[in-house]
Design a protein around this ligand. Structure first.
Ligand SMILES: O=c1ccn([C@@H]2O[C@H](COP(=O)(O)OP(=O)(O)O[C@H]3O[C@H](CO)[C@@H](O)[C@H](O)[C@H]3O)[C@@H](O)[C@H]2O)c(=O)[nH]1
Length: 482
């Protein structure tokens, strides 16, 4: 039997955002169930927010952390917290530029400090699994003699576009002010992509974009120094892109990494906000009749967009659950809906600040998802066979839309022209929820789902890639330790 001394021990550090923490937690559980010892690091703010929102957390027991129950079932997952450089009361959502600046330039000093305490105390720690969005992993891995694994939480297509920023630059598609429309056909493994489908940070700049583009540039210089890259993507869905990346670096598509069994969902808290229970409301609706509307944890909409969507939902006459975060407009504004909206929707619509998305979209009464195309939402929608109406806002969401609508044909665009208009929204909602379009989308969805299901089966590509990754990692750890 494997002695505890021989077990590989990895430290995992996710970016402190909901869409990154969720796949990191599922990856930690998966690695621990394959015999890894994990030390999982959350920022103090994230720890505070998750435990405050969690129905599992007992505020009387201060020793509790999100993995307490997982440990009881035999998984060896330790937990530590770290400052992100800002006080707990600082509003990271409303001051996102300042927060991102701090993360890019100050956070690494806190990481260094913590690693100094943890790694120097436990010589068995041999590996770092950090979010690709950090710019410091190669420096920390070198300093503490750790194998450097980068975890990418978006599709391979988005990874390769950032990875090849130099090619975009040479060809004039990077920082491009002149609204080029010619297809980008020189990225290895990418057949052709229009400039409008690049992640927002690679498109023509506004002031916020410039800073974020610089961050992405340094991040992608750093990831080239990683020993391994693992990605929450599926080989069969992006085969050419992935095999071209594998020629550059050890790159393992192991997705989708999410709660497929009740274990993680019921024992490990992952939500940053309290989840409203929508089950009773859903229960009373006919099969496939409800549209779920959510823009994830970061995307913001203007007052006009919220108003048009509200009117579009009214006009569509479809039942809906709308997750509307209190900070959705980039401020906390109580007066968010058009006059009379709540009276008019009555029991036809349910508006909540946050939900358990997996429980909602897996419910048989849900028949469509109006989504911002966050990558986790796309994967979850595929898994539960829910066709999408796509309204990408920023970052990878723009490119994810192309995969969903143009390549896989499992979703529709919400509006083909901006700004969005209520009558067009209502028409698209009806097209998604009933009629010929929905049958075509569902047929395509079944084929995509089949590929994903096979990928994570015991003989599928994601499972094989995962096992290959942990085998290669062990060899590397052994080499580094000698
Ligand atoms: O009411 C809700 C809304 C969302 N979720 C969950 O929260 C996650 C949201 O992730 P995602 O759909 O990827 O959206 P974001 O939170 O916006 O994720 C960020 O991180 C993703 C991964 O890097 C990127 O793809 C996105 O563009 C980026 O905004 C998903 O697992 C959802 O199931 C809930 O549980 N309840």
């Amino acid at each position: 039997m494997e002695d505890n001394q021989d077990k590989p021990h990895a430290i995992m550090v996710p970016c402190p955002f909901q869409g990154h923490i969720i796949p990191f937690i599922h990856l930690a559980i998966k690695l621990a169930s394959k015999g890894y010892i994990i030390t999982f690091i959350n920022t103090e703010k994230i720890h505070h927010q998750i435990t405050k929102s969690s129905p599992y957390h007992d505020p009387k027991t201060t020793q509790d952390d999100i993995f307490t129950e997982a440990r009881k079932s035999g998984l060896e997952i330790h937990y530590a917290t770290i400052s992100d450089g800002f006080p707990l009361g600082f509003d990271r959502s409303l001051n996102d530029d300042q927060f991102l600046h701090g993360l890019a330039h100050v956070f690494s000093a806190h990481v260094d400090d913590l690693f100094g305490k943890i790694v120097n105390k436990d010589s068995r720690i041999s590996c770092l699994i950090a979010d690709t969005f950090f710019g410091w992993p190669s420096m920390i891995a070198k300093k503490y003699n750790l194998v450097n694994v980068s975890f990418w939480t978006q599709p391979a297509l988005v990874f390769t576009l950032y990875y090849h920023m130099d090619l975009l630059k040479i060809n004039g598609h990077y920082d491009c002010h002149d609204n080029r429309e010619d297809a980008i056909d020189y990225i290895p493994g990418v057949e052709g992509i229009e400039p409008k489908d690049l992640p927002s940070y690679l498109q023509a700049p506004n002031t916020t974009t410039i800073e974020r583009r610089i961050v992405h540039k340094s991040v992608f210089e750093d990831v080239k120094k990683a020993d391994f890259v693992i990605c929450n993507a599926v080989e069969e869905l992006e085969p050419k892109t992935i095999s071209a990346l594998q020629e550059k670096q050890p790159f393992y598509p192991i997705g989708p990494i999410f709660a497929l069994n009740g274990f993680t969902m019921n024992t490990v808290a992952t939500s940053l906000w309290s989840e409203s229970d929508c089950t009773d409301w859903l229960q009373a609706k006919p099969h496939g009749s409800v549209l779920y509307v959510s823009f994830g944890s970061l995307a913001c909409c203007s007052r006009e967009e919220v108003a048009e969507i509200a009117h579009g939902l009214l006009l569509s006459e479809v039942s809906f659950i709308w997750v509307l975060r209190p900070d959705i407009m980039g401020s906390y504004d109580n007066d968010i809906f058009p006059v009379g909206f709540k009276d008019e929707i009555k029991d036809r619509g349910l508006v909540v600040p946050w939900s358990c998305q997996i429980s909602v979209i897996s419910h048989p009464t849900v028949g469509g998802f109006l989504t911002h195309c966050g990558w986790n939402s796309v994967l979850e929608s595929i898994w539960f066979n829910v066709p999408m109406l796509c309204y990408p806002v920023f970052t990878d969401q723009i490119t994810n839309r192309k995969l969903v609508v143009d390549d896989w044909k499992i979703g529709l665009n919400l509006c083909d022209r901006k700004p969005i208009r209520r009558d067009e929204i209502a028409e698209k909602i009806n097209r998604l929820m009933s009629g010929k379009s929905t049958n075509d989308l569902r047929k395509n969805m079944e084929q995509i789902k089949e590929k994903v299901e096979h990928a994570i089966s015991s003989v599928g590509s994601s499972e094989k890639n995962f096992n290959q990754f942990i085998g290669d990692l062990k060899v590397r750890i052994f080499k580094v330790a000698r």
